[in-house]
Design a protein around this ligand. Structure first.
Ligand code: RP5
Length: 169
């Protein structure tokens, strides 16, 4: 893994969540972006508590240089879909599990977007994969970053083999 870019670099990814209580899950997205050296910003934007902020964020993100939005929310999780409806940027949705229903409510709210407004939904609590998917998207126009994503996958492969060797004694 490379070192994170200097924090003053203009953010390429917006990591947004419906509540600060989602950070326990969404910090994994921020961590994986940092691991790949991708400058990003973190913001609480609630679809139902701060609807004006939601609209402003979605409409201004692309003009500010954001290339991908990762949005996490729990319960009746309309944040990712609402963001996607107001921006042409790719939106990755993270279903955040709450106390009830094991996150199935969040998953179904995010994944079942009607045709026309896509949200790329990761697994329940899958914020780490959201960060990696954002890296892969940005890697389509950044060879160095794509190389780092490939190196990461190779490292995962090597870890499996190491564990295999240990199992065999
Ligand atoms: C959703 O409501 C948030 O995304 C969060 O997952 C959930 C609960 O929010 P808090 O009551 O913890 O602020 O909008």
């Amino acid at each position: 893994m490379t070192e994170p870019l200097h924090s003053s670099a203009a953010p390429l990814v917006g990591v947004v969540m419906g509540s600060d209580s989602d950070w326990r899950v969404m910090s994994d997205a921020s961590q994986s972006l940092s691991d790949f050296g991708i400058p990003h910003e973190v913001e609480v934007v609630s679809a139902h508590r701060t609807p004006d902020k939601l609209m402003q964020y979605a409409r201004e993100a692309r003009g500010r240089g954001i290339r991908v939005i990762i949005a996490g929310a729990g319960g009746a999780a309309h944040l990712p879909g609402m963001l996607a409806s107001m921006t042409a940027l790719p939106v990755i949705g993270v279903p955040v599990p709450l106390a009830y229903l094991d996150g199935m409510d969040s998953l179904l709210s995010i994944v079942q977007m009607p045709a026309g407004i896509p949200v790329a939904t990761v697994s329940i609590g899958g914020a780490r994969n959201a960060g990696i998917l954002a890296a892969r998207i940005l890697g389509t126009s950044d060879e160095d970053l794509a190389d780092r994503v490939e190196a990461y996958a190779l490292d995962l492969e090597a870890q499996v083999e190491e564990k295999n060797e240990r199992l065999k004694g």
